[in-house]
Each structure stands twice: as structure tokens, then as C-alpha cells.
Design a protein around this ligand. Structure first.
Ligand code: HEC
Length: 103
């Protein structure tokens, strides 16, 4: 009986984490990391001198939360920015809150 409720409690806990990517993410850390590691290159690559426009341009790559996670991982891995998974989660939370606004 007790064991069963522990199992269902942990199931609910686990599904809460999966359902909300922003769970326990630190948006302020994401903002700081973005400024330090991401903004400059996006500003230069877009040719617009503004590193935020890449997320709001009409033909942006990211159209759903999974893709957002994927692209943050891509830029981190391919460019060897050496971010921890927690930092990636914070960046995803920040970018989603500020630009993409996925539910
Ligand atoms: C050295 C350059 C560079 C750095 C540094 C960089 N990026 Fe990028 N990023 C790019 C380029 C170039 C693209 C556009 C790729 C495309 O359009 O195919 C991009 C695209 C993206 C996109 C998708 C935007 C869209 O179209 O919706 C996300 C999200 C992203 N980067 C996140 C990050 C994050 C987070 C960081 C910092 C941890 C970061 N990037 C650092 C070069 C960089």
C-alpha cells in the first residue's frame, strides 16, 4: 500500500519534470549566459548587429520546444562553448520566456 503510493508519487513527480522544461530552471542564469556566450555571435552572423533578432526573424529555425532544446544543444556542442546541461536548461528557459513563448 505504502510502496504503491510512493511509486505513484514519484511517477507524478517525474512527469511534472518532463511536462515542464522550465522546471527549476534559472532564467537569470540563462540571461547572463546568453549575454556572455551567445549574443555577440548571433549579432554578427545575422548581419543586423542585434543578437536577439535571430530568434524572432520570420524564417527562424525553432518552431517548437523540442527544436529549441535541440538548437541550444547544437550551438553549445558544435561551437564547444562547454556549457553544462543545467546551463543549457537555463538558456532554454530564458529564450522561451523572452522570445519563443511556447506553452
Ligand atoms: C559562433 C557563433 C554562435 C554562437 C557563439 C552561438 N550561436 Fe546560436 N546560432 C548561430 C548561427 C549561425 C545560427 C543560425 C543557424 C541557422 O540559421 O541555420 C544560430 C541559431 C541559434 C538558434 C536558433 C534560432 C532560430 O532560428 O530560431 C538558437 C536557439 C541558438 N542559436 C542558441 C544559441 C545559444 C543558447 C548560444 C549560447 C550558448 C548560441 N546559440 C551561441 C551561431 C552561434
Amino acid at each position: 500500500m505504502l510502496k504503491k503510493s510512493i511509486i505513484s508519487a514519484s511517477f507524478i513527480f517525474a512527469s511534472t519534470i518532463i511536462a515542464s522544461p522550465a522546471f527549476s530552471a534559472d532564467v537569470n542564469n540563462g540571461r547572463a549566459l546568453h549575454k556572455a556566450k551567445c549574443y555577440q555571435c548571433h549579432a554578427e552572423k545575422s548581419g543586423l548587429g542585434n543578437g536577439d533578432i535571430i530568434y524572432t526573424r520570420a524564417d527562424r529555425k525553432v518552431q517548437d520546444p523540442a527544436r529549441l532544446k535541440f538548437m541550444v544543444g547544437m550551438c553549445n556542442t558544435h561551437l564547444r562553448l562547454d556549457l553544462f546541461p543545467e546551463d543549457e536548461a537555463d538558456l532554454v528557459a530564458y529564450l522561451n520566456q523572452k522570445f519563443y513563448k511556447f506553452q
